[in-house]
Design a protein around this ligand. Structure first.
Ligand code: GLU
Length: 493
């Protein structure tokens, strides 16, 4: 019998997402239960959006939760490299194989031509898709143009009719008509693969036997299945996991719920409780108990207990469960966890330089700097009344700064300042117009230590959370304002 091998394949393009941890957890449980291996692969072929910072945050966040992998970019293994950006030559080779077998073809169409085709199809109420223009080129002619250095992508051929049956471990066979599939680009003009090619090649070469991934990938499954067939490879078993949802049933999004794992760490959730809660997303223990450890989940894991109704990620339920965990900790462990959370020497050393000069006794530290040990804060709305700015402008400045900070990858004081500066300059304001607002939102009080230092120390999750809370306190942002301000945002360097 072959060993079960599962994997998680995150793209390092943002904060470490709870959805990544959720899928990782189920892959881990499935592999462990079968005595198999769990692999971490980094899918960083989108060079513009991927970053090493984000990759490191994914490693750190999963480890904080207690999720360990047997092979991966940082631990090595026999099937490396485990970062797609380091596997370029492999994809070139397999893409060439598909072309030579006639399953894929170089496409030289310009963006303008593709736009025209798309516009014409839309006008005819057809599904926009590639029209096969370059598929009909003589292979020798196509090769000549490739050799001459003409810019091109590689597209896969797909059947134009019939049905693809996707064998899903949870839903049985899911039938998807081929005419919904486009002639997917496999290699981009820059010579890098797209998700489809890289994912199939790597899952095969890394010996992955079972793929548990989010159900958002189900509609594109036929393309992956076709690629396995073209290569003549055995397809791994497929399992499309239900997506996490906000309490209003919409897809989990950071607009409605913090989605970054590090947020939960900074808020003071216990990693075991967090993992336990993720384990309850669409799954339950045979005896329906709510509190269980990773070891218990592995022991009782059974895919057939996954229910397909979208699991709701609800902060209140998570907090309730966290409370259960905290109360049942031996008190020594509870104290040690609190210490580790924010009373550790590293964190105190970051705060100390900012309070030392401002207190006469240690007992003044808590009133001055208590906000360093809080999740949200509760500023008085009066603190946001501004001499120069209207209430609407106040919300606008804060929202724009929040968006800028959401996109900031390197969380350093200079860069945080740069974000605020960029926004105020664009609005023809001064830094000192925005600072009192930041101050109130972040510290929740009228006076304290330097707010830029505080933001750096608090980190991106708590900073953004507090800004979001302050904006809510002031009435939130309407749909129309969101639209208008997003346009403004796009113009800010
Ligand atoms: N890179 C994809 C993602 O970020 C992987 C999806 C898959 O598991 O195939 O979700």
């Amino acid at each position: 019998m072959t060993t079960v091998r599962t994997r998680i394949a995150p793209s390092p393009t943002g904060d470490p997402h709870v959805g990544t941890a959720y899928i990782a957890l189920f892959n881990l449980c499935f592999a462990r239960q079968h005595g198999g291996q769990f692999i971490l692969r980094i899918e960083d072929t989108d060079q513009v959006r991927s970053s090493r910072e984000s990759e490191q945050q994914i490693f750190d966040a999963l480890r904080w939760l207690g999720i360990e992998w047997d092979e991966g970019p940082d631990v090595g293994g026999p099937h490396g490299p485990y970062r797609q950006s380091e596997r370029g030559a492999i994809y070139q080779q397999y893409s060439a194989e598909l072309v030579s077998k006639g399953h894929a073809f170089p496409c030289f169409c310009s963006a303008e031509r593709l736009d025209e085709v798309r516009a014409a199809q839309m006008a005819n109420k057809e599904t926009p898709r590639y029209d096969g223009h370059c598929m009909h080129l003589e292979p020798a002619e196509a090769q000549r143009r490739v050799k001459a250095g003409e810019s091109h992508v590689i597209r896969m051929k797909v059947p134009s009719e019939g049905i693809c049956s996707v064998p899903d471990m949870l839903r049985g066979n899911v039938e998807i008509p081929w005419d919904r599939m486009d002639m997917q680009v496999l290699m981009k003009a820059d010579g890098l693969p797209t998700y489809f090619l890289a994912n199939v090649v790597d899952d095969h070469l890394m010996g992955i036997t079972h793929v548990l991934r989010g159900e958002e990938w189900l509609p594109s499954a036929p393309k992956l299945i076709k690629l396995y067939e073209y290569f003549g490879w055995e397809q791994p078993a497929l399992c499309y996991m239900p997506l996490l949802r906000n309490p209003d049933k919409s897809k989990l999004s950071k607009r409605k719920n913090p989605t970054s794992i590090t947020f939960y760490e900074r808020m003071g959730y216990l990693p075991e409780a967090m993992l336990n809660y993720l384990g309850r997303m669409g799954w339950s223990m045979p005896d329906e108990r709510e509190k269980f450890s990773l070891a218990e989940m592995i022991e009782h894991f059974d895919l057939s207990r996954i229910s397909l109704g979208g699991p709701i990620f609800d902060l209140e339920k998570l907090s309730w469960l966290n409370g259960q965990w905290l109360r049942e900790l031996p008190v020594e462990r509870f104290a040690a966890e609190v210490q580790q959370w924010a009373l550790n020497p590293g964190y105190l050393m970051q705060i100390a330089p900012h309070v030392q000069g401002r207190v006469e006794t240690f007992s003044q530290i808590a009133p001055l700097a208590g906000f360093f040990f809080m999740g949200g804060v509760t500023p008085d709305a009066g603190l946001f009344e501004h001499k120069k700015l209207s209430a609407e402008q106040v919300r606008q400045v804060m929202q724009l700064i929040l968006w800028k900070l959401e996109a900031l990858r390197q969380w350093e004081k200079e860069r945080i300042t740069g974000c605020i500066q960029a926004v105020v300059e664009h609005l023809e304001l001064k830094l000192r117009d925005a600072m009192p607002l930041m101050f109130a939102a972040i510290s929740g009080q009228a006076s304290s230590v330097s707010v830029l230092d505080a933001m750096e120390i608090l980190g991106p999750d708590l900073t953004r959370f507090r800004l979001r809370q302050a904006i809510e306190l002031l009435g939130g942002v309407s749909k129309k304002e969101t639209k208008d301000w997003e346009k403004l945002l796009a113009a800010i360097p």
